[in-house]
Design a protein around this ligand. Structure first.
Ligand code: ADP
Ligand code: MG
Length: 225
């Protein structure tokens, strides 16, 4: 079980008023399926994703995974949380462009403390339909292929939850669809949470749509679950 309770985030800025980006978010997610966080630019989507994924800490509220609450988390516990449970996919891929596909995935394996195993890498590449492209450099790939590498990298630790922040934001519509199709297929045995401002994508691919505006939930198709 994964949930967030009364999640709030206020950003203090050097000059001017502080920003209340999240004003109290409560959500409970099932263990699998594809949920969309839908909202306009500035509504708090990325903030919510970062807090749910342990990339930033809330001002108030908690993240609950299984029966563990983040309220008692020290920095070390956040590291463990990210390592054990979470995979991230970003709009701009965040890959090492001078490295090969294999190099990027190998590095993720090393960071997990695993041996860089060519066969394992090939298996992961097959899962994201990048067979045969392991030796290409990142800057020799299309946007859609790069995003598949980013997804492959997220899959290295077989995470329980994949968070994707506008994963199709830099892609044309057709390529975007194929990336969402891939994420959808991965959601058959894990939770995938996608942030997007694209209602059509959310409606076509989401098992659940949570809409936020000004840091609050304004609708949730999965609210009664
Ligand atoms: P979205 O991803 O929906 O576009 P964000 O979560 O990025 O929205 O931002 C929500 C609000 O918080 C916006 O008003 C934004 O300007 C503000 N914000 C985001 N990050 C910071 C930051 N590091 N410092 C100050 N304000 C921020
Ligand atoms: Mg954002």
């Amino acid at each position: 079980m994964f949930a967030v309770k009364n999640l709030k985030k206020t950003y203090r800025v050097k000059k001017g008023q502080s920003v209340e980006a999240l004003k109290g978010i409560n959500l409970t997610f099932e263990d699998r399926g594809m949920a969309f966080i839908l909202g306009k630019s500035g509504s708090g989507k990325s903030t919510l994703l970062h807090l749910m994924g342990g990339l930033d800490v809330p001002t108030e509220g908690e993240v609950v995974i299984d029966d563990k609450s983040s309220v008692s988390f020290k920095e070390r516990d956040w590291d463990d949380y990210r390592n054990e449970y979470i995979g991230f996919v970003f709009q701009d891929y965040n890959l090492l462009s001078d490295f090969s596909v294999r190099g990027n995935i190998g590095l993720a394996l090393e960071l997990q403390g695993e041996k860089v195993d060519g066969q394992k890498i090939d298996e992961i590449l097959h899962l994201v339909e990048l067979d045969g492209l392991g030796d290409r450099k990142i800057d020799e790939l299309s946007g859609g292929q790069r995003q598949r590498v980013a997804i492959a990298r997220a899959l290295v630790k077989n995470p329980r939850i994949i968070f994707a922040d506008e994963p199709t934001g830099a892609l044309d519509s057709e390529t975007g669809k194929s990336v969402l199709q891939l994420l959808k297929s991965l959601s058959s045995d894990r939770l995938v949470i996608v942030v997007s401002h694209d209602r059509e994508f959310a409606e076509n691919y989401g098992d659940r749509i949570v809409e936020i505006a000004d840091g609050l939930i304004v609708s949730d198709t999965g609210a009664s679950r």
